[in-house]
Design a binder for this molecule. Structure first.
Ligand code: AMP
Ligand code: ZN
Length: 135
């Protein structure tokens, strides 16, 4: 447990949270600032800072718990779809430094919109970045 980590304190029961699903390795609870009705976070019980540092075993358990929670949202909340989101490092919007996956129920009439308008890249640009990644 990391002493200064609010999610570790939720795992330990020292901070309140609306828990909705738990198993040996993970817990899921309602996000305090939901993007839509039912927005929840799934976390491994064991502390790690983010995607770079989470052990693969905890990643697997957390991804699996996120899938179960998504199905629960479909069945209990009647949502029309799901977004999974992970933020790794502040540049990618991470604000709490205990690995977590957002499970965001989507509704056909909800107000969420993509924050970007992607434009098609040239074959040359795609090839250049692919070469960097493969190298
Ligand atoms: P991120 O920006 O991906 O690191 O997400 C952190 C999320 O944690 C945000 O959506 C916050 O609303 C949420 N959050 C922060 N503190 C709490 C808390 N005590 N209980 C529930 N959710 C929280
Ligand atoms: Zn933690």
């Amino acid at each position: 447990m990391a002493d200064d980590c609010i999610f570790c304190r939720i795992v330990a029961g020292e901070l309140p949270a609306e828990r909705v699903q738990e198993d040996e390795h993970t817990i899921a609870f309602m996000d305090l600032n939901p993007w839509t009705r039912g927005h929840a976070l799934v976390i491994p019980r064991r502390h790690s800072k983010n995607l770079y540092e989470v052990p693969e075993e905890d990643l697997r358990h957390t991804a699996s718990a996120a899938k179960h929670l998504a199905e629960r949202m479909r069945d209990r909340l009647g949502c029309d779809g799901i977004n999974l989101l992970n933020a790794c490092e502040p540049a990618a919007w991470q604000t709490v430094f205990h690995f977590h996956i957002h499970v965001i129920p989507r509704y056909a009439d909800d107000p969420l919109r993509l924050p970007v308008q992607p434009e098609q890249a040239s074959r040359e640009e795609l090839g250049a970045v692919a070469t960097e990644l493969r190298g």
